[in-house]
Design a protein. Structure first.
Ligand code: ADP
Length: 416
């Protein structure tokens, strides 16, 4: 009867009730009205008390009645309207409504996708069974203990996504329940990693030539300037370093322009063999100087590909330059063409140092250089540019390589 919150109004009403009972018992044992003196003070007091008690009881009843509120939005799955359900289902954010005991009351479709759940798994009744991720379940427990919102970003192995989860403890009539929201932040983290790698790589690439330039100028100032022979040699080194810096800057600009699609391809029917021949001629002297044999096998008839000839040549030149750089004196480099299914395959095979299995998937990333290549000249951007150009043509680029034996770089371009 007296369950509920304490309030002074209820307390006063309760006291009055007690008073009334005591008084009734007392008065029942006395004559109510004395014949000689009219209504007694006692009977008047009784009437007053009855009035007060009635008012107190009325106040108590009023207190117990809930204040009228806007009808609450039902969040029980059985009570949700069709419209509400549609809204939940269309949300890209995963939404889970969980009660005090960890029972799932609502889980929208996005949860199923974000956690890669089968339709049956998505029906799981408890939070641990639904999410199958102890860190997110712990997050909910921590939020329940503290009564505060909690946030966590973690990887979901089954979907290989990074999810940022936030738990909001609910209040009022939904006290004890919590709303969990899951957002896919994989792409954001990937971009953040690329940005961080980019800054660290570019700093490294700039530091090396800048350190050399500083050392060379200091040596010149310290006396080398007075010795013409040494001064000339140092100037030669300075020139090499400045060239490396300009190459880095122009390749970076080139990559940025290709990535932002500022250089539209001039696609037109192009003679594949002619492009290979031209690239070979451009690098013949360089190969001779390095003591490697450069040859081509172009017996494919007059195959025409749909390409931007100068971009195609740029890719080939880059692959041949790499082959020369990573092949020792006496080695061989051969260029070939081969028809595939609707495509022409261009390949550059060398008998050079090869690339380790771990490095192979990474060499097309910007700035990536395998360890032995670190000492050689180069920016690590050439293959990233080549990949962009080939893919812009609708082709594919790849490598097969064996350490110590050599590498075969290939790419495809659609035939007309
Ligand atoms: P760069 O040649 O300027 O360093 P690239 O993007 O052209 O940059 O090449 C990236 C890396 O791939 C090189 O540093 C090297 O480690 C490896 N690589 C490329 N071509 C070859 C090759 N023909 N033989 C061995 N390693 C190669």
């Amino acid at each position: 009867m007296f369950a509920g919150r304490f309030s002074w109004r209820r307390f006063a009403a309760f006291l009055l009730l007690q008073f009334l009972l005591v008084l009734i018992v007392y008065v029942a044992r006395q004559p109510l009205v004395s014949v000689s003196s009219g209504p007694s003070w006692l009977s008047l007091g009784l009437v007053a008390l009855v009035v007060l008690t009635t008012a107190g009881l009325a106040a108590w009843r009023q207190e117990g009645r809930p204040t009228p509120v806007r009808p609450e939005t039902p969040l029980n799955p059985d009570e949700t309207t069709l419209g509400q359900r549609q809204i939940f289902e269309h949300l890209k954010v995963g939404l889970v409504l969980v009660d005090m005991d960890g029972e799932v009351r609502i889980a929208n479709k996005a949860v199923q996708q974000l956690f890669s759940l089968s339709s049956q798994e998505a029906q799981a009744g408890s939070l641990p069974h639904l999410l199958r991720h102890y860190r997110f379940v712990d997050l909910w427990r921590r939020s329940r203990e503290l009564g505060l919102p909690q946030t966590l970003t973690a990887e979901v192995p089954q979907s290989r996504r990074y999810l940022s989860a936030t738990v909001y403890p609910l209040s009022g009539d939904m006290q004890g329940q919590a709303l969990m929201l899951f957002e896919d932040v994989s792409e954001l983290l990937r971009l953040e990693t690329i940005r961080r790698d980019f800054v660290s790589n570019i700093s490294h690439e700039l530091r090396t030539p800048l350190t050399s330039l500083k050392a060379l100028t200091e040596s010149l100032r310290a006396g080398a300037l007075e010795e013409p022979e040494m001064a000339r040699r140092f100037l030669g080194h300075i020139e090499t370093e400045v060239d490396a810096l300009s190459e880095l800057v122009s390749e970076l600009l080139e990559l940025a322009r290709i990535e932002s699609k500022q250089v539209p391809l001039q696609l037109q029917p192009t003679d594949a063999a002619a492009v290979v021949q031209r690239s070979l001629e451009r690098l013949r002297l360089q190969a001779e100087r390095a003591g490697v044999q450069l040859e081509a096998d172009l017996d494919t008839g007059a195959a025409q590909v749909m390409a931007d000839a100068s971009r195609l040549e740029q890719v080939l030149v880059n692959l041949i330059q790499n082959a020369i750089k990573f092949t020792s004196k006496g080695g061989r480099i051969s260029l070939a063409l081969g028809r595939g299914d609707g495509v022409m395959e261009f390949s550059v095979t060398d008998s050079g140092m090869g690339i380790s299995v771990e490095d192979q998937p990474r060499i097309f990333e910007r700035f990536y250089k395998s360890d032995p290549a670190r000492n050689k000249t180069g920016t690590g951007l050439g293959l990233a540019i080549a990949k962009h150009v080939v893919e812009a043509h609708g082709g594919r680029i790849g490598v097969q390589s064996q350490e110590g034996k050599g590498s075969r770089f290939y790419f495809t371009i659609p035939l007309i």
